[in-house]
Write a protein that binds this ligand. Structure first.
Ligand SMILES: Cc1cc2nc3c(=O)[nH]c(=O)nc-3n(C[C@H](O)[C@H](O)[C@H](O)COP(=O)(O)O)c2cc1C
Length: 505
């Protein structure tokens, strides 16, 4: 039943075989301990955990973290070989995103092997973590996909919106009509004074979670995109208590309704920029009607911080920006969203000497829906710089970006309210007080080719035959590898932070 080999537990098995995940049999406390272990493992470059026993949780139910933290892991989630180069992952995503294939309906699903109804449905019995000191509570919804259906059309939306447990059957969700599609759909139900049916699912094909992030245009169902991207339709089953469909191979499903005016303070929460920046504010509450789950279900959880524990948004953002830049016919080479920037900076490389090209690149990115919110920093480099290599980008900034000539500040832009540098106050939630900046790290157009300084490094400075001889000689010395300085994330393994893959230094 629903055995596709592409579900979440199969994904974890593949990552375990690659050495990217590790099974933990000792009991772990959901209050801070699991969050601290998750961060420590991530920041030490160690495999992510799959916990078999979480305090107070339904026996046998498991918890997994850091499974989306490496590019090899994301490659596997997208059906690519683990050693796929990061720019090839970006191009593959770019090519496949947008294809659609309608889901098929199954009569039963493993996600309903266990069904808890009414008072038996207790959110506190799920292995949700209270991850950081200062968080407003236990966050069940981090990698949980919210399912909402437009009352007036066939559009079913999937979105990742954080969800805080208020009580056994109350889950606060950051649904907001101006910010996300789930909120927009909620507003349509509430305009007619009707409660909105709601479901949050966890797991299934990891692609489902990934697609719940930077989403599809309004009116387009992410389930159709998931089917199109993997060239196999998503199998859906009907929920037990609400008129919604969820993936048959999901690990856990929470069902409920959101009624007009039913809000409670939600937050704070240590968010994606790596700081505890979200003040408590009223958010809609899901009144839970059922919890269903697979035998030995695994709950995926996210441990936000510095560096981020998920790199799929970087792939999606880079693919999206590359698409809009190419549509604008701008001559760009590579587009990268470096991990160390927590999604707040984009780096674009080009060698085409056109006056004002960096400004057009920045303007195009800031005109895009995602870029207008999330990336106040646009950095343009020449093609000798790998945009995903933070050390190389840092060098380009200090060596080529003239402090008075090449830093272009644009005050007044909207910035995401979670941007840590925004001044606090009543207008912060509106993104007021923001600005954007372009760092132009390209050689000036008017510089004659013979005046461009020669770069000094092994790759560019020496003749090819000498380089080959040096490589052969040094290979014969059998030297141990030492950790490269300046890797993208400041201390973790190169595979997390740069485009380099193991063995491709
Ligand atoms: C792990 C994770 C958590 C997120 N949490 C939220 C959130 O709490 N609220 C929100 O509005 N967006 C959140 N986002 C961003 C949305 O998922 C993203 O904007 C997406 O486009 C929403 O889908 P939609 O466009 O269908 O609304 C999160 C993204 C990720 C990857």
């Amino acid at each position: 039943m629903n055995n596709t080999g592409s579900d979440f537990r199969s994904y974890l098995d593949k990552l375990t075989a690659l050495g990217l995940m590790h099974h933990v049999d000792d009991s772990v406390d959901w209050y801070l301990e699991a969050g601290a272990i998750n961060r420590y493992l991530l920041e030490s470059g160690l495999p992510g955990p799959v916990y078999s026993r979480v305090k107070d949780s339904i026996p046998g139910m498991r918890l997994a973290a850091n499974m989306f933290a490496t590019f090899p892991g994301i490659a596997v989630a997208l059906g690519l070989p683990a050693d796929t180069d990061v720019y090839d992952i970006i191009d593959s995503y770019l090519t496949r995103f947008g294809r659609t294939l309608e889901p098929v309906i199954a009569s039963e699903g493993v996600c309903q092997q266990n069904v808890l109804l009414g008072d038996d449905a207790n959110l506190n019995a799920l292995p949700a973590v209270h991850g950081h000191p200062g968080d407003g509570g236990r966050y069940l919804g981090t990698f949980g996909v919210s399912v909402t259906k437009d009352p007036d059309s066939d559009w079913t939306n999937w979105g990742l919106y954080r969800g805080m447990i208020h009580g056994p059957r109350a889950l606060g969700i950051t649904l907001h009509p101006a910010i996300n599609h789930g909120g927009r759909i909620m507003a349509a139900w509430h305009r007619e004074d009707r409660p909105m049916p709601y479901a949050m699912f966890f797991g299934g094909d990891p692609l489902y979670t990934i697609l719940g992030g930077p989403g599809a245009p309004p009116g387009v169902s992410e389930a159709d995109i998931a089917g199109g991207m993997r060239d196999r339709p998503v199998e859906l089953v009907r929920c037990e208590t609400v008129d919604l469909m969820v993936p048959a191979d999901a690990e856990i499903v929470v069902e409920g309704t959101v009624s007009p005016g039913d809000v409670l303070p939600e937050g704070p929460f240590a968010e994606y920029p790596g700081y505890l920046v979200s003040d408590p504010s009223p958010a809609p509450v899901v009144r839970v009607t059922a919890i269903t789950y697979r035998d030995r279900a695994v709950l995926p959880t996210c441990s936000m911080g510095i560096p981020m524990d998920m790199v799929f948004p970087h792939i999606q953002m880079a693919a999206n920006f590359k698409r809009v830049l190419l549509q604008a016919r701008l001559p760009v080479a590579k587009v990268g969203v470096p991990v160390a920037g927590n999604g707040m900076a984009v780096v674009v490389s080009t060698d085409t000497p056109i006056a004002g090209l960096p400004q057009r690149i920045a303007a195009t990115i800031w005109s895009d829906a995602t870029g207008s919110k999330l990336t106040p920093y646009v950095i343009v480099v020449n093609t000798d710089v790998d945009p995903m290599d933070t050390g190389a980008v840092m060098h380009a900034i200090v060596a080529k970006c003239h402090p008075a000539r090449d830093i272009h500040v644009y005050p007044g832009f909207y910035n995401a309210p979670l941007q840590p540098y925004l001044p606090s106050g009543p207008h912060k939630a509106l993104g007021v007080g923001g600005a954007n900046v372009l760092l132009d790290c390209t050689w000036p157009v008017e510089l004659a080719p013979q005046d461009i300084p020669l770069r000094s490094d092994f790759t560019t400075s020496y003749p090819d035959d000498l380089k080959r001889r040096v490589e052969e000689r040094v290979a014969g010395w059998n030297l141990p590898s030492i950790t490269a300085t300046g890797s993208g994330t400041g201390g973790t393994t190169p595979i997390r932070g740069t485009s380099r893959q193991p063995g491709r230094r």
